[in-house]
Design a protein around this ligand. Structure first.
Ligand SMILES: NC(=O)c1ccc[n+]([C@@H]2O[C@H](COP(=O)([O-])OP(=O)(O)OC[C@H]3O[C@@H](n4cnc5c(N)ncnc54)[C@H](OP(=O)(O)O)[C@@H]3O)[C@@H](O)[C@H]2O)c1
Length: 262
């Protein structure tokens, strides 16, 4: 275990399942104190226990990001309190004690024709995938900026970069994430807060295995000819939040087996 993130605190949204679990583990493996979040306390506490077994430190904070401003404000306050209770914040001092924010939580949407997308689904997807990260970043990034350092990674998607039939709504939300990274790099970069995107391609999570029929033809034209793994995505996140990436702002690091390149 190396310790590139020793003394830092990280909030990872959507870290009770899928890619977020790998990201939370990898940040903790590098010495960060990790705030695991999601709706499921049972899965969240399991992730916290796994991190502890590996010698790391984490706590779970429950949040349902579909519930708008009050839920996001509760998450930000609870995460900052948990970080402070842990002695949080590299170097301490003014503003929020969080050093790292990973906007990873998202509502994944089964492929469907645009004509079948309901208004409720649009509202739900925009709430979790776009509104919540904007509100959360607006609550946490100013504290980082006041302290002169911080790193934010937004988890985008191959769907935010290329067109895919049946994916109009989900892709729109992920394209928004790619755009937010650039806006925030411009807004917060001058204050020492680096904001970047990690953009996975099809990755082997439990949920994705249910969509294998939809994914197989995509893999067939992916240069790597395979799905990625959560660990591969997590390593990219760790790199971007570490001091190895100090001059990287507003970038998109694709972890998609080359799919977006062809
Ligand atoms: N898997 C892929 O192939 C792939 C490819 C490209 C991009 N991505 C991106 O990677 C990120 C993670 O995706 P994933 O595949 O790991 O998805 P996943 O397995 O469905 O996990 C989603 C995570 O988000 C949380 N979440 C969902 N709705 C939430 C809500 N309303 N409030 C709070 N938390 C919520 C879930 O926790 P709870 O259930 O506990 O709420 C879970 O921890 C997403 O941004 C996705 O767009 C994934």
């Amino acid at each position: 275990m190396s310790a590139r993130l020793q003394g830092r605190t990280a909030l990872v949204t959507g870290s009770t399942d899928g890619l977020g679990v790998g990201i939370a583990r990898a940040l903790a493996d590098e010495g960060a104190f990790v705030i695991v979040s999601g709706r499921s306390a049972a899965r969240g506490e399991k992730v916290v226990a796994e991190i502890a077994e590996r010698g790391g430190a984490a706590v779970f904070v429950r949040a349902d990001l579909a519930r708008g401003g009050p839920a996001v404000r509760e998450l930000a306050a609870a995460a900052q309190a948990a970080a402070a209770a842990n002695g949080g914040g590299e170097g301490g001092g003014g503003g929020g004690p969080l050093d790292i924010l990973v906007n990873n939580a998202a509502m994944l949407i089964a492929p469907s024709p645009t004509a079948e997308i309901s208004e409720d689904l649009i509202d739900g997807a925009l709430a979790v995938n776009v509104k919540a990260p904007i509100l959360l970043t607006g609550l946490i990034a100013p504290g980082m900026a006041a302290r002169g350092h911080g790193a934010i990674v937004n988890v985008g998607s191959i769907n935010g970069l290329v067109g895919m039939a049946g994916s109009a709504l989900y892709s729109t939300t992920k394209a928004a994430i790619h755009s937010l990274t650039k806006s925030w790099a411009a807004e917060y970069g001058p204050s020492g807060v680096r904001v970047n995107t990690v953009s996975p391609g099809p990755t082997a999570t439990e949920r994705n295995l249910a969509f294998e029929d939809h994914i197989a033809p995509i893999i067939a034209r992916t240069p790597s000819r395979r799905m990625g793994t959560p660990d591969e995505v997590a390593k990219a996140v760790v790199f971007l939040v570490s001091d190895d990436a100090l001059n990287i702002h507003g970038a998109t690091l694709t972890v998609d087996g080359g799919l977006s390149a062809i």
